[in-house]
Every structure is written in structure tokens, then in C-alpha cells.
Design a binder for this molecule. Sequence first.
Ligand SMILES: [Zn+2]
Ligand SMILES: [Zn+2]
Length: 138
Amino acid sequence: MPDFSGFGEFRMTKQRRVVYDVLVDEPRDHPTASEVFLRAKNRMPGISLATVYNCLETLTHAGLVKQVNLDRDASRYCPNLKPHAHFFCSECEQVFDITPRPSADPCAVWELPEGTRIDHLDVTLKGKCPACARAGHP
Ligand SMILES: [Zn+2]
Ligand SMILES: [Zn+2]
């Protein structure tokens, strides 16, 4: 359990806790709000979809969870706070966390104006995951 004292006004209520646990526990498959809701309901039968939405918003604002947006799909949620990008498989529609190589400097990859400073990385790559690519989808 991370230490939440650095997150200002944030208070970990029972509902937020359940929603957060759903995201942190395996499988960390970047569920949508409705998927989070279904899993949260197993742990807290009384929880409502609106509450789950609220909790997700609060957790995102507190910086404990990242919102992942892919085109016009429903937002998905990711509890991985280490710098990472997302790989979206167009075949099985799974979202995978991908991390930069330790030596990689994002400034070296992108054509950025001299003096640019990167504070935040939010990159989505799309393609086919190894399993789907192997299965020989065109
Ligand atoms: Zn992620
Ligand atoms: Zn796949």
C-alpha cells in the first residue's frame, strides 16, 4: 500500500479503497469504468456505478491512477505510476504497459525543439501483440 500522505486533500474512503484495489490487483488489464464497477460489486455489493465513476475521477485527480484514452473508446484505468506507454492490440483489444529502455531518452526519440522539457509521457502504440501476430492475423 503506497503512502497517501503526499496527496494533499485526498482521503482514502472505503469505496475509493475498493475501486483502487480492483485496479491494483491482478489482472492489471486496464479495465473500463463499467468493468471496474462489475469487479467492485463483487467486493462491495452495494456500490453504484456513479460511485465508481466518482472514485475513479478522484483517484485520477489525486494522481494514484492514470486514465488511458484510446480513440473514442471508453476510458480505461491504469494504476501503474511508473513512466510508461501503452500498447494497444487491435486484435485482442488488450492494453499492455510498455516501459522505455533504461537508457532511452525520450528527447532523443522525438524531434523536439531545442530546450523542450518533458514532464509527462502519454504515448499509445497500436499494433498486434506477439500472440495475435503469431496467430497469423493479416
Ligand atoms: Zn498502464
Ligand atoms: Zn493481441
